[in-house]
Design a protein around this ligand. Structure first.
Ligand code: NAP
Length: 317
């Protein structure tokens, strides 16, 4: 049986499956392993089941024992892993697509609604008590008829688009490549971000964090939006330059922000704390029991498939 290091605690059903599939090394206390601890713990192992909290950079990968043949990431995103370094060392990297798209799209919609309808201020007022109803009390932005820009119209972006369309929004998107009409489902393609942002009353960021997308929301691009636009991010914190967004929120160039992810998690840029219209969640995208089990099971199956066939359909490097 292959010996696999599982760097974070999984839901029990998934740990049971791992025990049946291979010889697992569990992290029973769910301790956040340092990079040197991952290297130490992986001695004698054939593979590692990592999470997005594991920074598998070039230096870490180069120091892994030569017995490691696969890094199976418990996420669809793989910005935490240096894919080239893994490839050079002959290590396959896999991810968990599709099974988390529904749960993450739900959070993407929650961000849009929460930011547009001033949910943070509403929750605080309800808890504080003493609020008084009036015709203009906590008036927000209604979605009906507004334009939703989707940056990264992939699995999650398309689901958000479909739900938003049912709320009466008009969908625009930008990808590097235009989708088939079937996948577009009536959404309007923009071949560059300037064009997309300029028609986005609300933006939903759904693309991966890569060198290309890092800080795509920045001091310059924030000016492309219509005044009073709303920016939401369900993808990865690295795509947004927080200082630029905070400044735009303070100037009311941007009306509100909805963030499930941000740079340097779990430490939120303190600039957001003073902004009432910031609706911020602690990376909850895939956080439902069914989804987390499905992700872990897929991460386990990826390892199994790889060792049984030498290939894996979810290999990303
Ligand atoms: P996906 O199906 O691969 O979709 C990604 C989309 O982004 C594709 O349509 C792709 O189109 C586009 N894209 C890639 N690079 C781009 C670029 N440089 N400029 C513009 N568009 C670009 O991925 P997914 O399953 O929807 O997941 C998307 C991301 O969501 C993941 O990478 C992950 O980081 C994040 N996520 C977050 C959570 C959470 O907990 N908040 C949960 C799951 C996923 P082209 O290739 O044509 O450009």
């Amino acid at each position: 049986m292959k010996k696999i290091l599982i760097t974070r605690k999984l839901i029990k059903d998934s740990e049971d499956k791992a025990s049946k599939t291979f010889n697992p090394v569990f992290n029973t206390n769910d301790e956040l392993y340092s990079q040197s601890k991952v290297i130490e713990m992986s001695q004698g192992c054939d593979g590692i089941l990592t999470s997005l909290t594991d920074k598998m950079d070039k230096e870490t990968i180069n120091k892994l024992p030569n017995t490691i043949k696969i890094i199976s990431n418990f996420a669809v995103g793989f910005g935490n892993i240096d894919l080239n370094a893994a490839k050079e060392k002959g290590i396959a990297v896999t991810n968990t697509p599709d099974v988390l798209s529904d749960a993450t799209a739900e959070i993407g919609i929650l961000l849009i609604l929460g930011a547009c309808r001033r949910a943070s201020e509403g929750i605080q007022s309800a808890k504080d008590g003493g609020w008084k109803w009036s015709a203009d009390y906590l008036i927000g932005k209604q979605l009906t008829g507004t334009r939703l820009g989707i940056l990264g119209m992939g699995r999650i972006g398309q689901k958000i688009g479909r739900i938003a369309k049912s709320l009466g929004m008009v969908i625009h998107y930008h990808n590097r490549s235009k989708l088939s009409e079937d996948k577009e489902d009536g959404a309007i393609y923009h071949d560059n971000v300037k064009s997309l942002f300029s028609v986005s009353d609300v933006l939903s960021i759904c693309c991966p964090a890569t060198k290309e997308t890092e800080n795509m929301i920045n001091k310059e691009t924030v000016e492309y939006f219509p005044k009073g636009a709303v920016i939401t991010n369900v993808a990865r914190g690295d795509i947004v330059d927080d200082e630029a967004l905070i400044d735009a929120l303070n100037r009311r160039k941007i009306y509100a922000a909805g963030l499930d992810v941000y740079k340097n998690e779990p430490n939120l840029n303190p600039g957001y704390l003073k902004i009432k219209s910031a609706f911020i969640l602690p990376h909850l995208g895939s956080a439902t029991k069914d989804t987390r089990i499905a992700m872990a099971n897929l991460a386990i199956d990826n390892i199994d498939e790889f060792f049984n066939t030498g290939k894996c359909s979810n290999k990303v490097n």
